[in-house]
Design a protein around this ligand. Structure first.
Ligand code: ADP
Ligand code: MG
Length: 334
């Protein structure tokens, strides 16, 4: 008996000796044009740091495969430079995300369009030398003629376009896709409590210790949060806003989310937050639902249970799907 309890005591002492409390292991990297914060809640700091490095590396590869800016070569740029009728084989993950993008294009009545490369470059919000003045109507008409998902097709030899100059742009979905790939790495390492937050767009895993993660939703005009979410399990939260990349010209706000119908910044929303099972879906739909506005968007979402959505409308009023779990909502938007 005494021997057993002595053994038990040694075992207990040993266990408590090597058990550290779980902590937030946190690293920040500049990726996908934004600061990306990686957090893993764990007792195993060393492995967490390794997982974060690996996730950042995988996200850098995604960025390089999809970007239409900078010096890297990729299959998206090859397609963008190709002539009418010239088939281009896209890298497998690009091919797959383009098919998903076309699907969302159709489901969103064209509000999400992955072929706005020329138009986006004309407006110039994402380039290295941002433009501060809107293009002319004739420039917009010209760029619109080189846009539209109906102008691309997948053939046995690859993707082809039927208008000269048409360019793909995954700016509204690639960040979400990259977050999902980073989270896959965390899962492979066996981590169950984590967040990847790319400039306010995020996917979370599990809880923060024994409590839900507490996530602020940015107010599109104010400095205090619009409200808070308490989330747990595996879920993604993405916001598209007219405050992220914008300028004021002659008293009017011009921003980077374009209405594919007009070729101009979409006017119905200030911001849209989407909660979805993956960051890819949340990213694409936050852009689509921003363009559509709450009235059309809510009609489109009827019977769709996968997405929870909150709009700050152009007039600063709020609209939401009925399950949107916002708490501590600021009483009034400006
Ligand atoms: P952010 O990149 O700030 O998170 P979004 O996810 O809403 O914002 O993506 C905006 C980017 O997507 C733009 O910079 C542009 O590259 C592209 N884009 C703009 N309008 C559309 C649209 N209607 N459909 C698809 N992509 C768009
Ligand atoms: Mg988006």
């Amino acid at each position: 008996m005494t021997r057993y309890s002595a053994l038990g005591l040694i075992l207990l002492l040993n266990l408590s000796g090597c058990t550290q409390a779980a902590q937030d292991v946190r690293e920040t990297r500049f990726l996908l044009g934004t600061l990306v914060e990686f957090t893993i809640h764990t007792k195993n700091k060393q492995t967490a740091l390794e997982a974060i490095s690996k996730a950042a590396q995988v996200m850098r590869q995604v960025e390089n495969a999809f970007t239409i800016y900078g010096d890297v070569d990729n299959t998206v740029k090859q397609f963008n430079q190709a002539d009418v009728g010239q088939a281009v084989r896209l890298a497998p993950e690009v091919d797959k995300l383009l098919l998903q993008s076309i699907n969302i294009h159709q489901q969103s009545d064209g509000a999400f369009d992955p072929t706005l490369g020329i138009l986006n470059k004309l407006w110039g919000f994402s380039g290295e030398h941002p433009v501060r003045q809107p293009p002319t109507d004739s420039q917009i008409r010209h760029a619109l003629a080189q846009s539209g998902a109906q102008h691309i097709q997948k053939t046995g030899q690859g993707w082809v376009k039927d208008v000269q100059g048409l360019a793909l742009d995954f700016g509204a979905i690639a960040k979400g896709y990259a977050i999902d790939q980073g989270i896959q790495v965390f899962k492979q390492y066996g981590f169950t409590q984590a967040i990847i937050n790319a400039g306010g767009d995020m996917r979370i895993l599990g809880k923060h210790g024994d409590k839900p993660w507490r996530i602020a939703i940015r107010h599109p005009r104010g400095s205090q949060p619009l409200g808070w979410l308490r989330v747990e399990h595996d879920t993604s939260i993405v916001t598209s806003g007219d405050y992220e990349r914008f300028y004021i010209y002659q008293g009017q706000r011009y921003h980077h989310i374009l209405n594919p119908e007009t070729g101009k910044p979409a006017k119905k929303s200030q911001s849209v937050t989407v909660i979805a099972p993956t960051a890819t879906l949340a990213d694409a739909w936050s852009t689509a639902l921003f363009v559509l506005g709450s009235e059309q968007g809510l009609m489109m979402l009827k019977g769709q249970e996968k997405l929870d959505v909150l709009w700050v409308n152009a007039d600063a009023s709020l609209s939401q799907t009925h399950d949107f779990p916002i708490r501590d909502l600021a009483h009034k938007t400006e």
